[in-house]
Design a protein around this ligand. Structure first.
Ligand SMILES: *Cc1c(COP(=O)(O)O)cnc(C)c1O
Length: 361
């Protein structure tokens, strides 16, 4: 067996210890006589797995007790619709911050349900900046403000939390959740597709403040109503049981390594090494993002000579550094270095980049 360093933006690499435990428990979980995949979601074994996953996530993120944690399906994209349909109530407007590809998609979907007020828009900079909040134009009477703390494609990350007063703050944290400690109490809703920092695709985690539950649109399909899911422990129908189990192993892995403070320090170091390599290359490699809002999770870089892109990717792949091709809207390369990317993976990438530059620069 030879596992590569996988820099994919998602589905992304998982901690090897988690995969090993899953392998050891694949045929039979904890004396239950079956695999987790084959268990009833209502049986006591799976309920214990589900409860432990939630308890560990609550502990790791220090989620206050007045918040519900939902384990849903549909991906982060389903929340683009569920958020307005659950939060608007009798309001007609919502604020959105447009800082990249994913916030744009969230806006497009929300426009099906309400009047979207775009409070700030960084598209003119090709999504390489984040407008300061003192330039934002917030609507009076908005039902909530939605933003994307980390834009996965352009590699742009907020280092601060927007101030919204009484207006609930909603965050698509798909590519930054669990990467550092955050103050959950500042948020109305945090949601994330699992396939970046949580676990396998197919699971969507929604953390929602209790008072925001119970305002769903009248004609809302019931499985999309936070209240229905909260009341049933996310089991109003069959949840994605196996993905939930793997997410639980990831939460336990994080807890055992020292939690979010520890992983944040490692993430900071990993990102710094890569940015130092890019910035120290005399322009051979370039990251186009404003330094104040560079992502710690997704790091795009462009080669001065884009004619070398394919050679870079091919040689990287033969060195075991995989899935570095950038998103077509940015070009060049992108290294996604989520929690589960070991520091050795970043070291190997930096070493390769320096060698490639010596050869071709
Ligand atoms: C990946 C991603 C999404 C899309 O997630 P799905 O689970 O595929 O719907 C949405 N927002 C952000 C910030 C992402 O990184």
């Amino acid at each position: 067996m030879s596992r590569v360093f996988n820099f994919s933006a998602g589905p992304a690499t998982l901690p090897e210890e988690v995969l090993e435990q899953a392998r050891d428990e694949l045929l039979e979980w904890n004396g239950a006589g079956t695999s987790v995949m084959e268990m009833s979601h209502r049986g006591k074994e799976f309920i214990s797995i589900a409860d432990k996953a939630e308890a560990d996530l609550r502990e790791v993120m220090a989620i206050p007790s007045d918040y519900k944690v939902l384990f849903l399906q549909g991906g982060a994209s389903s929340q683009f619709a569920m958020v307005p349909q659950n939060l608007l109530g009798d309001k007609t407007k919502a604020d959105y911050v447009l800082t990249g590809h994913w916030s744009k998609k969230a806006i497009k979907e929300a426009q099906r349900f309400c009047q979207v007020n775009t409070v700030a828009d960084s598209e003119a900079s090709k999504f390489t900046t984040i407008p300061d909040q003192d330039q934002w134009q917030m609507a009076p009477n908005a039902a909530y403000l939605h933003y994307t703390p980390n834009e996965t494609i352009a590699g742009v990350e907020f280092s601060w939390i927007p101030q919204t007063g009484d207006v609930p703050l909603v965050a698509d944290m798909s590519s930054t959740i669990l990467s550092r400690p955050i103050d959950v109490s500042r948020y109305g809703i945090i949601y994330a597709g699992a396939q970046k920092n949580i676990g396998p695709a197919g699971l969507t985690v929604v953390i929602v403040r209790g008072d925001l539950i119970g305002h769903a649109a009248k004609n809302m399909p019931s499985i999309f109503d936070y209240q229905v899911q909260a009341k049933s422990g996310s089991m109003s129908n069959t949840p994605p049981t196996y993905a939930w189990y793997i997410a639980g192993l990831v939460f336990a892995w994080l807890k055992a390594m020292g939690g979010l403070k520890e992983i944040a320090a490692i993430n900071q170091r990993k990102a710094q090494k890569l940015y130092d390599c890019i910035d120290g290359s005399g322009g051979f490699y370039r990251n186009p993002v404003d330094k104040a809002c560079r992502s710690r999770m997704n790091i795009p870089f462009i080669l001065r000579d884009e004619g070398l892109d394919n050679e870079f990717l091919q040689q990287a792949a033969t060195t075991g550094l995989m899935h570095l091709k950038g998103h077509r809207s940015v070009g060049g390369m992108r290294a996604s270095i989520y929690n589960a990317m070991p520091e050795e993976g970043v070291d190997a990438l930096v070493q390769f980049m320096n060698k490639f530059m010596q050869l071709k620069g």
